[in-house]
Design a protein around this ligand. Structure first.
Ligand code: ADP
Length: 466
C-alpha cells in the first residue's frame, strides 16, 4: 500500500536522494574517522618507539644488581615528558625490575609473552587495571649485560577523545547537511517536474472536439520536450484518424442515401398512376437495380470497415494466377459484351502466387469493372499476366478509356473519390473499388500502380512471387 504523501514523484525522488546521500556521507564519515584513528595510532607508536630508545639510555644496573634510573635523569631534556609515560621493566623471567611513578601499582601486562620485543618493537593496545586505554610498545634490551624487557605505554584517551570529537561533529552536521540537501533536492525536483503537471493539465483539457489542440513544448531538446512532442504526434495521428472516420461516415451516409432516395422516388412515381403489369414490372425492375447497387455499396463498405479494424484474415493458398483472372473476367463478360468491347487475357498459366483467392478475385474484378465502365463502346481491354522480376508477378489491366488526368492519379485510390462525379455515379461507382483493390494488394505485400496514357490507362497489380 502506498502512503498518500508518497504519491508525488518529487517526494519519492527527494527521499531517495536524501537516503543515498545519507548512506554516502555515513560511509565517507566512517572511513575518515577510521583513517584519522589509524594515523593517530601510528604517530603514537612512533613516539613510543623513540621514547623507548631514550629510556634504554637512562636505565642502569647498580652494584647491588638492582635496576636504577641514572642520577642525571632529571637533567635529561625529555625528563618531564617521560614522566607522563607509563614505564615498566621486567627481567627475562618476568620479575618486575622497575615501574615509574606515573604507573604506580598498576601493571603493564604480566610476564613477557613468547617473543615479545625480541629484536623488534611489539605494539599492542590494552587497558590498565583502572580502565585507562593504553598503547603499549615493548622491546628486549641488554642493560649492563642483563636481558630486560622494557614496556612503555601512552594513554590512548586523548586519541579516542579526538576520534569521538570528530565522529560526533560529523554526526551532528549530518542532519543539517541532509536537511539542506533534501530541501534543495525537493525544490529542484519540483521545478524539473513542473512542466509535467502543466502538460497533464493541458492534456486533460483536450477532448474529441479539440483534437487540433497541442501540448506546449517548453524545450524540444530535453526529455519532457520529447515526451510532449511524442504526445503531440499521437494527437495528430488521432486527429487524422478521427477526421478520416468522420469523413467516411458522412460519405457513406451520403452514398447510401442516393440509391435509397432513388428507390423511394421510383416507387412513389410508380404508385402515382394506375398502370398495367408492364408498367409495374418496369418500376420493380428499376427498384431492384437500385437495390442491387445498394447491396454492392453495403458490401464494399463492410469490406473497408472490416479491413480497417483488421478483421479480415487472409486465407492464403498457392494459386495459379491466369485461371483466376480468366474466371473473374468471365463474371464481367456480359457487361463488356453489352458495350461491344473486347477483353483479351494473355499470360503464362504456370505463374503462381500465394494469395487469398477471394480477395485477389475482388481486386481483379474491380480493375476490370472500371476498365469496362470507363472505356467507350467497342473499346479494347487487355489483361497481361507475367513475371516482372524474379520476386514479383504482375497483372496489367489496360483499357482504351479516357485515362486519368495527372492531378487525380494519386487521389483515385482514396475512398469515395470520383473524378467525374456524375459520370461515375451513373456507372454505379461509389469511389470504393480502387481503395479496396489497393488495400488487397498491400495486404498481400504487393502494390497497385497506375500508369495513364494519352488513351486509356494501365493498372498494374504487383504481388510477391509464391
Ligand atoms: P468507382 O466505383 O467510382 O469506379 P473506383 O475507386 O473504382 O470507384 O475509382 C475511382 C475513380 O477513378 C472513378 O470514379 C473514376 O473516375 C476513376 N477511374 C477508375 N478506373 C478508371 C479507368 N480505368 N479509366 C478512367 N478512370 C478511372
Amino acid at each position: 500500500m502506498r502512503l498518500p504523501w508518497l504519491r508525488h514523484i518529487r517526494t519519492r525522488l527527494t527521499l531517495w536522494y536524501v537516503a543515498i546521500l545519507a548512506a554516502a556521507l555515513l560511509i565517507y564519515g566512517g572511513s575518515t574517522c577510521a583513517i584519522v584513528l589509524l594515523q593517530l595510532r601510528t604517530q603514537v607508536d612512533q613516539l613510543a618507539i623513540e621514547d623507548l630508545e631514550t629510556v634504554e639510555g637512562i636505565l642502569t644496573f647498580g652494584a647491588d644488581q638492582k635496576l636504577h634510573v641514572r642520577e642525571d635523569y632529571h637533567d635529561h631534556p625529555y625528563s618531564e615528558e617521560m614522566e607522563e609515560r607509563y614505564l615498566e621493566v621486567r627481567a627475562e623471567d618476568g620479575t618486575l625490575l622497575y615501574r615509574n611513578e606515573h604507573l604506580g601499582e598498576r601493571a603493564l601486562g604480566g610476564k613477557p609473552e613468547p617473543g615479545e620485543g625480541v629484536n623488534t618493537y611489539s605494539p599492542r593496545s590494552g587497558r590498565l587495571a583502572d580502565g585507562t586505554r593504553i598503547r603499549l610498545i615493548s622491546r628486549q634490551h641488554m642493560i649492563n649485560g642483563h636481558p630486560t624487557l622494557i614496556r612503555l605505554a601512552f594513554s590512548e584517551e586523548p586519541m579516542w577523545q579526538r576520534f569521538w570529537q570528530l565522529a560526533i561533529g560529523l554526526l551532528i552536521g549530518l542532519p543539517f547537511a541532509l536537511g539542506v540537501a533534501g530541501a534543495g533536492g525537493y525544490f529542484l525536483a519540483r521545478r524539473a517536474l513542473g512542466p509535467v503537471e502543466r502538460m497533464a493539465r493541458r492534456a486533460r483539457e483536450i477532448s474529441a472536439e479539440q483534437l487540433g489542440a497541442r501540448l506546449h513544448v517548453e524545450n524540444p531538446q530535453d526529455e519532457l520536450g520529447l515526451l510532449a512532442h511524442a504526445f503531440n504526434e499521437t494527437l495528430a495521428r488521432l486527429e487524422q484518424s478521427f477526421e478520416q472516420l468522420k469523413r467516411f461516415t458522412s460519405d457513406a451516409s451520403h452514398e447510401l442515401r442516393t440509391p435509397l432516395t432513388a428507390i423511394r422516388s421510383v416507387g412513389e412515381v410508380g404508385l402515382q398512376r394506375e398502370g398495367n403489369p408492364e408498367h409495374y414490372r418496369e418500376v420493380i425492375g428499376s427498384m431492384l437495380e437500385e437495390a442491387e447497387h445498394l447491396g454492392r455499396l453495403v458490401e464494399n463498405l463492410l469490406t473497408i470497415s472490416r479491413a480497417d479494424s483488421g478483421q479480415i484474415r487472409l486465407q492464403k493458398s498457392a494459386l495459379n494466377l491466369t485461371p483466376l483472372v480468366r474466371e473473374a473476367a468471365s463474371l464481367l463478360e456480359v457487361l463488356a459484351e453489352e458495350k461491344g468491347q473486347s477483353v483479351s487475357i494473355d499470360g503464362d498459366a504456370a505463374i503462381g502466387v500465394n494469395a487469398d483467392p477471394v480477395v485477389l478475385r475482388q481486386i481483379v474484378i474491380n480493375l476490370l469493372d472500371n476498365a469496362i465502365k470507363y472505356s467507350p463502346r467497342g473499346g479494347r481491354i487487355s489483361v497481361r499476366i507475367g513475371q516482372k522480376d524474379a520476386n514479383t508477378v504482375c497483372v496489367e489491366v489496360e483499357d482504351s478509356g479516357s485515362g486519368i488526368p495527372a492531378q487525380h492519379r494519386d487521389k483515385v485510390f482514396d475512398r469515395f473519390y470520383r473524378i467525374d462525379d456524375a459520370r461515375s455515379r451513373d456507372a454505379g461507382g461509389a469511389g470504393l473499388g480502387l481503395a479496396i483493390a489497393k488495400w488487397g494488394a498491400e495486404a498481400h505485400g504487393g502494390k497497385l500502380e497506375l500508369e495513364s496514357r494519352e488513351v486509356g490507362c494501365v493498372f498494374r497489380l504487383l504481388l510477391p512471387v509464391s
